[in-house]
Design a protein around this ligand. Sequence first.
Ligand SMILES: NC(=O)c1ccc[n+]([C@@H]2O[C@H](COP(=O)([O-])OP(=O)(O)OC[C@H]3O[C@@H](n4cnc5c(N)ncnc54)[C@H](OP(=O)(O)O)[C@@H]3O)[C@@H](O)[C@H]2O)c1
Length: 279
Amino acid sequence: MKIIVTGGTGQLGRAFAVLADSFEGQIVTLSSREMDVTIPCQVNDRFNQIRPDVVVHAGAFTAVDAAEASPMQAFKINVVGTRNIAAACLNYNSKMVYLSSDYVFDGNQSHPYTEFDRPNPINVYGSSKLEGELIASRICPKLFVIRTSWLYGDGRNFVRTILKLAQEREYLTVVNDQIGTPTYTADLVQSIMSIVETDGFGTYHMSNNGYCTWYDFAKEIVRLAGLATPVQPVRSDEFAAPALRPHYSVLRNYMLELSVGDKFRSWQEALAEYIKKGK
Ligand SMILES: NC(=O)c1ccc[n+]([C@@H]2O[C@H](COP(=O)([O-])OP(=O)(O)OC[C@H]3O[C@@H](n4cnc5c(N)ncnc54)[C@H](OP(=O)(O)O)[C@@H]3O)[C@@H](O)[C@H]2O)c1
């Protein structure tokens, strides 16, 4: 099996690069320099060269606050770029895996979102990811839409930020009114690989199990790292972040439960392994 991964320099792309070492087939992770998804001829050249069986489209405009100031850039990469990948997947008969987000939901629900709940994004990033889902589903018949949440792995992420700040500051303040689920990229890669082997196309939620607030998450990071830095809870409206964020975006891995089974471990177990590994 030949797999292309877009967003090869990102957190999820790097987790696929780790898998490439032990994978029996071929995994090619591509940076935006190697294949800019917004440029159709670059996409076609790469597909022609590699002829992938599967394309994991993880490349995206992921800066949630910056998307509010640059909606055209966010839509160009997340919608037009996704359209280009979907069209190439159709032409080359490749399966497509489109990475989407818990931020397609508005957060007004108080129980975990399944794949059958109605998306209603409340910020530019969430809107662009949802439009990416829709455009891909109109073009590519062999499509898996994977919604995940609060990713961390190799790269810039919340865990690394908290670890750094906890060593520099006397105390930390972290928002305590947004509930979601941290997800370890290594666990997500395993789950994606188990589903791409099937023809069970459609939308899947894939997050580690359980839920927490960013404050709970930060406290657990500090505890697992053996640090004593106090963490104080604050409300989102005490931070003047440009993008609104859903108050509740917990995903239930319902389609996995209904098909191959939900093998995700708890977010606490995954985080403990990540911190123990030190990367
Ligand atoms: N991070 C999260 O918490 C989270 C939560 C839910 C869903 N997701 C989704 O999961 C996926 C992976 O996220 P991540 O955390 O791994 O992202 P990330 O670390 O922010 O990396 C984003 C990647 O997108 C690439 N990219 C940007 N513009 C591109 C373009 N025009 N053409 C090709 N590639 C481009 C970047 O490549 P260069 O560096 O080479 O420019 C980078 O490798 C994304 O689709 C994201 O929307 C993420």
